[in-house]
Design a protein around this ligand. Structure first.
Ligand code: NDP
Length: 451
């Protein structure tokens, strides 16, 4: 079956799901040469099967706010593919969450998890609950109510969720506590747990650190390094903070950060000291990014303009760009601006932050572009290491986990390059990641029969 036929089927089946269709379109185009070379996968409809979730659970979450009023949200878990291991993937709490967003994330997760080399299937979940402006008590109440239903569908050998946008250590703690109480068992059912109750060292840092390790691997291909490079980072949450930290440690200069209200431009560079202020602002006080510009002289804050056709953040001159906020934050115009300003590397920390048109601009211009499913895989890989430590009942040191993370990112980088080369697209990390992830899952699905 040709690529457009598969896409037509997926479009017909998921007519109102633009994010899911975008993720599907990108992958289908890359996989066509694999289907030509391996007709058995076409016959077994492996790709069509991968595009249909094994299970999609939606449920009502009812909870009482601080005023005693009843609140109703919708909860989800998408169990996308379990061919190579238990479902694994984060939970997102954000008002934009719907089936389309979670299916795109779960689909990407299947490929990403396969690339890590750790036996994990793919899933994703969350809720349209908006944590902004909620009290500590309301966050806890919501997490507990959410887990009352989710606990029926997950388990440490079945489906192991983690964090994502709006779900960090605090929320994982409340959900883990609720699961333990409901099921009367202490198991590694969630990752991103606190140190001292089953968490792994480096898990908090892993996605951001891994992203920059991946970028270093890309630069090394050109006998270059991140040292001395000016870097744009978007977002100011978990992934953004630890990407910035690793760039600073490796001698690069970070000049931007953002949240959903706008972005700051710190021309002098965000130092470790200023980063500590940002962490406290976002993780403890949960304030807005403008406060950073109010605090430090010479920093410019620009408000987000949702009607603009481009984001001025991506029009700042830099060598490297690391989008670490959310999907579709770099469109075609943004990509053209980056290219015009001489960008060398674009490493995706967020999932699908670049539109298909934007990706084409970057690749055509020879920018070293890495898709999130490869370059942000350090987070889930370290979640996999957390699961292993939980199964073994032991803890590895910070140095041990970091060394494993460095090795995993190096391996993913090499896997992408070799698959891209084998299929005639040398240096194309997107094609390489899609093909290598697909082949690993396809082989397992073939072996396990038509189920
Ligand atoms: P956080 O919730 O910690 O931070 C998200 C950041 O992005 C915040 O600065 C937030 O701003 C901003 N943001 C969120 N939604 C929007 C939006 N619609 N428009 C503009 N800004 C927005 O999330 P993470 O750092 O964990 O996740 C960031 C990205 O990385 C996501 O795409 C996620 O899927 C991906 N990712 C995360 C992993 C992890 O381990 N956490 C692993 C792999 C990928 P504000 O504060 O205003 O909400």
């Amino acid at each position: 079956m040709a690529g457009h036929d598969i896409l037509d089927i997926v479009k017909k089946r998921n007519p109102h799901e633009p994010e899911f269709l975008q993720a599907a379109e990108e992958v289908i185009a890359s996989i066509l040469p694999v289907l030509e070379k391996n007709p058995q996968y076409g016959k077994l409809k492996i790709l069509e099967r991968m595009l249909e979730p094994e299970r999609l659970i939606t449920f009502r979450v009812t909870w009482l706010d601080d005023k005693g009023e009843v609140q109703v949200n919708r909860g989800y878990r998408v169990q996308m593919n379990s061919a190579i291991g238990p479902y694994k993937g984060g939970l997102r709490f954000h008002p934009s969450v719907n089936a389309s967003v979670l299916k795109f994330l779960a689909f990407e997760q299947v490929f990403k998890n396969a690339l890590t080399g750790i036996p994990m299937g793919g899933g994703k979940g969350g809720s349209d609950f908006d944590p902004k402006g909620k009290t500590e008590n309301e966050i806890m109440k919501f997490c507990q109510a959410f887990m009352v239903e989710l606990s029926k569908h997950i388990g440490h050998r079945l489906d192991v969720p983690a964090g994502d946008i709006g779900v960090g250590g605090r929320e994982i703690g409340y959900m883990f506590g609720a699961y333990k109480k409901l099921r009367n068992e202490f198991t590694g059912v969630l990752t991103g747990k606190g140190i001292g109750w089953g968490g792994s060292l480096i898990r908090t840092e892993a996605t951001g650190y891994g992203l920059i390790y991946f970028a270093e691997n890309m630069l090394q291909e050109k006998k270059d390094t991140i040292k001395g490079k000016t870097c744009l980072v978007s977002g100011s949450g978990n992934v953004a903070q630890y990407s910035m930290e690793k760039i600073i440690q490796l001698g690069g200069k970070v000049v931007s950060a953002s949240d959903s209200s706008g972005f700051i431009y710190d021309e002098a560079g965000i130092t470790q000291e200023r980063l500590e202020f940002l962490k406290e602002l976002k993780n403890v006080r949960r304030g807005r990014i403008k406060e950073y510009a109010d605090k430090f002289k010479g920093v410019v804050f620009t408000t987000d303009d949702p009607k603009a056709d481009h984001n001025p953040l991506w029009n700042i001159k830099a060598d490297c760009a690391f989008p670490c906020a959310t999907q579709n934050e770099i469109n075609e115009k943004d990509a053209k601006n980056l290219v015009k300003n001489g960008i060398k590397v674009l490493g995706e920390g967020a999932n699908m932050p670049t539109t298909i048109e934007g990706i084409n601009v970057l690749i055509d211009a020879g920018v070293m572009y890495s898709p999130g499913k490869a370059s942000n895989a350090g987070g889930v890989a370290t979640s996999g290491l957390e699961m292993t430590q939980n199964y073994m009942g032991s803890n590895w040191t910070r140095e041990e986990v970091d060394a494993k993370l460095v090795g995993i990112m190096k391996e993913i980088h090499a896997t992408c390059l070799s698959a891209a080369k084998e299929y005639g697209k040398p240096g194309n990390y997107m094609v390489g990641a899609n093909i290598a992830g697909f082949l690993k899952v396809a082989k397992a699905m073939q072996a396990q029969g038509v189920i």
